[in-house]
Design a protein. Structure first.
Length: 550
């Protein structure tokens, strides 16, 4: 089977691309099948699509459009004699035509030719044979063109690609790499060879030269390693036959234009021969690297801001989900009133509560997952779902704790949790189980006391066992369940709110009043932990009157 050929001309001469695939991409990026460096051409501008024996042009949402015979198109069939222009009616012209082959010609010949011929506006080449004055003018023109090319790219990848294309052309070396600093290490961000093909990281790169450039805080270059006494002793350089090396640190600039923090490094080398850069060429190389570093700094800041904005948006979504999980409609039952409130110290937190009404009792849960923020919230949401489902299914409190413990231990999530599970029955009897949590506070007319029976934290020891305890409430008596964010809240002097203060005010204050007092105690101090409070009041089978506290 034979295929048509796509022919085009640029500053390096004429090229033929065999159209043996279903699509042939055209654009400004170096990974396109046909690369056009005209600035009106988008990075991924258009495609030539093969459909059986016919061809069509497809615009790829380009910025300035694709024109067929002077008319802007999104998709259109190509016919002999059609003129294709990219970016504008003044952009590069691509003429599409067929050449038929008679039946008697060998099948090895191309039976159909799609010829796309145009002149690419490439970087101006510097003629080394020009007189000094003319050469300086050409160098200036090259620099201006290079600056335009660099500034045309907004994304980091575009800036790095253009930097490598420019410096490879200027130095005439075989390959180039840009490393960016991440977490104190230099990581490869882009690599190109002189033909414009992407190059992955190569073990033949001279790490010694890179280190020299970083340590000296200046460009490090060797025109010919064979004549350099120090470089000739470098085993990697000699083993890989590297003849010329150019390493330039890419640094941030402060408001005064002074170089500061290291952003990355440009590395160029060649095995073919010694470098032959003039002093002006070195200045051009330094200028391009400086310009690229400034653009790269802006692009990295923009990318960091974008990522930060995305993170904030995702956190807002997570906070809404967390708020929804905490917005529990408390069950209405004749013999008790349950109230609860959770205040995360960040947008979302690791505290949670729940309440479930069963046929014979009301079930209440409060828990505090280790840590803060999103990791703790994820574990808390999972635990809340498990507890809710287990309570609805009628599982005993020790069985629920054992299940949670096995879940956290076997999943190796690196989190543990303290919690209290409680069941209140219509006759006032209470079954409760404390897994390493703050003791429940029983509030009676005669005073308050802590319910001190406790089991192990869930998520630490796979072999842990759990047991519950019991007590009895009289009508009007309450149980308060709190997380340590409440009792550990600090005032401006660094004093904690404390268990004693909570027990002192609990006798005459309800849940909302207690939380208000904690907030006043803490004043303007930033909360260091999530704060959750649950109140379970036993009514003795009657609904409280309108004037009675609930």
């Amino acid at each position: 089977m034979t295929f048509p050929t796509l022919s085009y001309t640029d500053a390096d001469g004429q090229h033929d691309v065999l159209l043996d695939r279903h699509t042939t991409s055209i654009g400004r990026l170096p990974d396109q099948d046909v690369v056009l460096r005209d600035q009106s051409v988008s990075r991924q501008h258009a495609m030539i699509v093969r459909e059986n024996d016919s061809y069509s042009v497809v615009d790829r949402n380009s910025s300035h459009g694709t024109f067929l015979n002077g008319v802007r198109v999104q998709r259109a069939p190509l016919n002999a004699g059609d003129v294709l222009q990219l970016g504008s009616l003044e952009g590069p012209q691509l003429q599409f035509h067929f050449e038929t082959v008679s039946e008697g010609e060998p099948t090895s010949q191309v039976s159909m030719v799609s010829s796309l011929r145009f002149q690419v506006n490439d970087f101006p080449l510097i003629d080394e044979k020009q007189p000094p004055a003319a050469r300086e003018m050409e160098q200036l023109n090259w620099l201006l063109s290079a600056a335009r090319q660099l500034n045309a790219g907004g994304a980091i990848e575009e800036i790095l690609t253009t930097l490598l294309q420019l410096t490879l052309q200027l130095t005439g070396v075989e390959r180039g790499f840009v490393f960016l600093r991440e977490g104190g290490e230099m990581k490869l961000a882009r690599g190109l060879n002189a033909e414009g093909r992407i190059v992955e990281q190569d073990s033949t790169i001279s790490r010694r030269a890179i280190q020299k450039a970083i340590e000296s805080d200046a460009k490090f270059s060797i025109s010919d390693t064979l004549t350099d006494d120090k470089a000739s002793a470098w085993a990697s350089v000699m083993a890989n036959r590297i003849r010329s090396i150019y390493c330039i640190p890419l640094r941030k600039r402060d408001a005064n234009g002074q170089h500061t923090e290291l952003l990355g490094l440009l590395y160029l080398d060649s095995q073919l021969g010694a470098g032959n850069l003039s002093e002006v060429d070195h200045q051009l190389l330094d200028t391009i690297a400086t310009e690229a570093a400034a653009l790269l700094q802006n692009a990295l800041l923009a990318e960091a801001e974008y990522k930060s904005r995305r993170a904030r948006e995702e956190l807002e979504v997570a906070a809404r989900i967390h708020s929804g999980l905490m917005s529990i409609t408390m069950p209405v039952i004749p013999f008790a009133v349950v109230k609860a409130k959770s205040i995360p110290c960040y947008e979302i937190g690791g505290d949670f509560f729940d309440a479930v009404a069963l046929d014979d009792c009301v079930c209440v849960a409060i828990a505090d997952v280790s840590g803060k923020g999103i990791p703790a919230a994820i574990v808390a949401a999972t635990m809340q779902g498990i507890i809710h489902a287990q309570l609805l299914s009628g599982q005993s409190l020790p069985e629920i704790a054992a299940l949670l413990n096995q879940f956290l231990c076997t999943r190796n999530v690196g989190k543990y949790a303290t919690l209290v599970l409680l069941k209140l029955f219509p006759d006032g009897s209470v079954e409760y189980m404390n897994c390493g949590h703050i003791h429940p506070l029983l509030i009676q007319d005669a005073g308050v006391k802590w319910l001190e029976e406790s089991s192990l934290i869930v998520g630490l020891l796979p072999e842990a066992s759990y047991s519950s305890a019991r007590c009895t409430l009289q009508p009007g008596e309450r149980i308060l369940l709190a997380t340590d964010g409440l009792v550990e809240a600090e005032n401006s002097a660094g004093d904690p709110f404390g268990d004693d203060r909570l027990s002192e005010i609990a006798l005459h204050q309800d849940m909302n009043q207690i939380l208000d007092l904690v907030a006043k105690f803490q004043a303007n101090n930033e909360a260091q932990d999530d704060c959750t409070l649950v109140e379970v009041r036993y009514n003795g089978g009657r609904v409280p009157s309108a004037g009675e506290a609930t």
